[in-house]
Each structure stands twice: as C-alpha cells, then as structure tokens.
Ligand binder design. Structure first.
Ligand code: AMP
Ligand code: MG
Length: 425
C-alpha cells in the first residue's frame, strides 16, 4: 500500500498532456489554453461615450449653460467632429468622442430646444467617457497556458478579433462496471441483486471533469468477458473500471489486466474510502471487427468515432486504466482524488486541484486509522458538518453532501477549528 500523495505523484508523472488542437472559440468552453495569449488591441480601442447624451468641453460648461449642437456622432463610424467651448455634439453609447470634447452629459440631464441644449447638471472632465485602454492595455496577457476557457474568456478572445483558440486535447473515456449482482436501472431486479449506480456516477463525474464519455458497458464477473470488455475499453485515452479490484475470488480485474499485458503501476492506496484503487496502462487497442461487437447490455456512444491519442512522452498510444472500488463512495472519492487530476493534466490544465475553501468545523474529528480519511459533509454559510453515514456504501449520505474534508492519519480536529474543505459542485 502506498500513500495517497505517492499515488497521485506517480499518476501525474506517468500521464502527459494530449496534443493540442485549434478550435472555434464557441466550441472551446471548458477547454484549457495551450498557449499564452496577449492582447493585440487595447480595450476600449478608442475613446468613446458611455451614454446617450452630449459631448462637451467640461471646463466651459456649468449648470444652466446653453450650448449649440454642431453635429451628431452615432456609433459605428467616426465623423471626425471637433467641439469648442460653447458647442456640443449629440452622441450615442459606444460612439467615438469628438476632438476637443472631454465629457458626456447624459441626455436625461439636458433640455433640448432646436439647435441648443441647456445643461441641468454639473459636468466634470472625464464623465461618461470610456478612455482607450482603460480596461485592457495592448500587449497585456489575457489568457495563460493551462487556464480554463470560461464564458467571459471566449468573449475576451472575440474582442481581440480571434475566431479560434489553440487548446489542449480532449480525453475520450470508457467505463466498465463489473459485478454479477448488478441490475441495469429500468430493468427488473432479482433477489440478491442491486441496481448498478456507478456508471451513472462516473459518467457524470467524467463529464464534469471535461472528458468525453465514449462507451459505457456492464460486465459480469467472468474473466473472459472482462478481458473482451477491457480490450474494447482500451481504444480510448482512459478506461475506468468499477468494482472487481479488491482481493476476493470474484475480483478479476487485476488478473484480466495481467492477461492483456497491461502494466499495473499502483494497486492499493492509503485512502479511506478507496483502498483497493488501481492504476495501470496498456497500449491502446485498435478497433477490430471483434472488438466492435458489444454485449447485449452494453451502451455505446462510439458513433462519433474514437481517435486514439498519443502519449507525448514515448510517442506511443497509451490507454490509462483506473480501477475504482465498487462501493459508490469509494469510487467517488478515488475519482476526485486521482482520476480528475489525471484528466485535467491530459487536457493541458495547470491547476489540477479541486476548488477548496476555508470553513469552520462543527464537530470534533479524529482519524485513528492508517489511511487518510475523506469525510463527506455539508458546507453551508462557511460551516462544515459531516453528513450521513461515513461508510463506503452510503450513497444517500454522499448525495446529501457538497464538500469533502481530508483528515490525515493520526490527525485530531476540534469543533470550531478552521479547516480547508474541497468542493465539487
Ligand atoms: P467490489 O469492489 O466489486 O468488491 O464491490 C464492492 C461493493 O460495491 C459491493 O457491495 C458491490 O455490490 C458494490 N458495487 C460494485 N459495483 C457497483 C456498481 N456499479 N453500482 C453500485 N454498487 C456497486
Ligand atoms: Mg464486484
């Protein structure tokens, strides 16, 4: 058994970012920039009016002043008008400021009589003028390599005239759930069976992490079926196998991976829940007529074709395999601590950590075990309270939680202490 930190380091050392690609900015949401981007245009890129109103020379305009309207400047062109003391230009939001004008009086503060206006407010220089470069200077960094592209980022790129952006690769993922006891939701359940819920959980977590779920299939605890399913799954960049990684006679994943010549880098980590976690890799299997056959219970999303990615380190195509324990909370915790950062790294992200915030603990907590313990809890109004049963099968408790607290081996925490909690929703 290795420590959680060692496991994470080993995974992140092994995994390399996928090759980058050029995408339309509207398709790049949630991707990570593969280059630094700098502004080529300042924002705003010319002095312009922040209001519909009248452009004036502030020093020549006190309250009650009469000014002659000498022209009109709408947005969308520059009429190169010039304003002198005693004059004004009718102007609209976003229109270029006429030469000589240094303020805009909004139209609500003006009475207009034919070619004249009377100013009903005090006017200060700079009022309602948006100066060139006041928001963003030319040459300023607007997006760093490895930064996530958010809604506002796409708008910022567009404001620079960019229609495309170079981003990290996309991660294709497959899920295999294993277990003879599992029934598919929507079908009838037999005595001794439970409904299969990890596929739904992992599918959601993969999507949330930015991966593309290409195939989801269920496999009974049969060595040959498992070998076939793994062959199909390893056409993708990553394969997640749920269940069957522990030590019982029905836990066949390790055996099947050995049979396929996969390299197992990690098995068993000092994390609670989630000890039987497995990480390994194999060369991506290529699509073949045999591997494209699916079991009756499989659900495939491969219509849009899987393009195997290349491992940048070796130039070979690898599929990284994550074996997660079948208990839902174990699968959840190990996904967030090990699979999510791996996906982010493959996508070219810089920050691989879950968001985390300080919170006040509401109870005393001690970890007497030999594994780091992840407590599921509710974070509300800056307070963290454990919620539900803290056992690896307790899915309802997990569903009530929105944050995780890591309690290190031997650590004792007191109610009222400020702790750091991870959030995922
Ligand atoms: P395993 O890791 O295969 O030994 O499974 C551990 C526990 O998790 C058992 O109680 C299983 O029934 C349960 N389990 C395994 N796979 C799933 C799944 N896909 N959905 C819900 N529960 C599961
Ligand atoms: Mg099982």
């Amino acid at each position: 058994m290795i420590s959680e930190g060692e496991a994470r380091s080993k995974i992140l050392e092994t995994i390399r970012p996928l090759p980058s690609r050029r995408l339309s900015i509207t398709r790049a949401l949630g991707c990570f920039a593969a280059e630094d981007y700098f502004s080529s245009l300042p924002l705003p890129n010319f002095d312009n009016s922040a209001m519909d109103g009248y452009a004036v020379v502030a020093s020549s305009c006190s309250k009650g002043e009469r000014l002659r309207v000498i022209g009109e400047q709408p947005a969308g062109g520059d009429r190169h008008l010039r304003v002198l003391a005693g004059e004004t230009v009718r102007i609209f939001t976003g229109a270029p400021m006429p030469d000589g004008a240094d303020a805009v009086v909004m139209q609500e503060d003006v009475t207009r009589n034919g070619d004249e206006i009377v100013i009903n407010a005090n006017v200060e220089a700079g009022e309602f003028v948006r100066r060139r470069g006041c928001d963003l200077a030319e040459g300023q960094k607007i997006l760093a390599k490895g930064e996530r592209i958010r809604a506002a980022t796409t708008a910022l790129l567009a404001s620079q005239g960019l229609a495309e952006v170079i981003v990290g690769g996309h991660v294709n993922a497959a899920i295999i759930s294993t277990g003879d006891e599992l029934a598919k939701p929507g079908e009838k359940i037999a005595p001794g069976q439970i409904y299969e819920s990890n596929s739904a959980l992992l599918d959601a977590l993969l999507q949330r992490s930015g991966a593309i779920v290409k195939a989801v299939e269920h496999c009974p605890d049969k060595r040959e079926s498992l070998i076939d399913a793994i062959k199909r799954g390893t056409k993708n960049h990553i394969l997640i196998i749920s269940g069957g990684v522990s030590v019982g006679e029905h836990d066949l994943v390790k055996d099947a991976l050995h049979e396929l010549g996969a390299k197992i880098d990690i098995w068993r980590v000092a994390i609670k829940p989630g000890k039987p976690f497995l990480f390994g890799r194999t060369q991506q299997s290529q699509p073949s007529p045999q591997s494209s056959q699916r079991s009756a219970r499989s659900r495939s999303r491969e219509a849009d074709a899987t393009a195997p990615g290349e491992d940048a380190m070796t130039g070979r195509d690898y599929c990284f395999i994550f074996g997660l324990p079948g208990n839902p909370v174990s699968a959840f915790v190990t996904f967030l601590q090990f699979v999510r950062p791996a996906i982010l790294k493959m996508m070219g992200a810089t920050n691989l950590d879950l968001p985390h915030v300080p919170a006040r603990l509401t109870v005393d907590l001690t970890n007497d075990s030999d594994r780091a313990h992840y407590i599921r809890g509710e974070l509300e109004h800056g307070k963290f309270a454990p919620v539900g049963r803290q056992e690896s099968h307790a899915l309802f408790g997990l569903s009530q939680s929105n944050a995780l607290l890591r309690v290190a081996v031997g650590e004792s925490l007191k109610a009222g202490e400020i702790i750091d909690v991870q959030i995922w929703d």
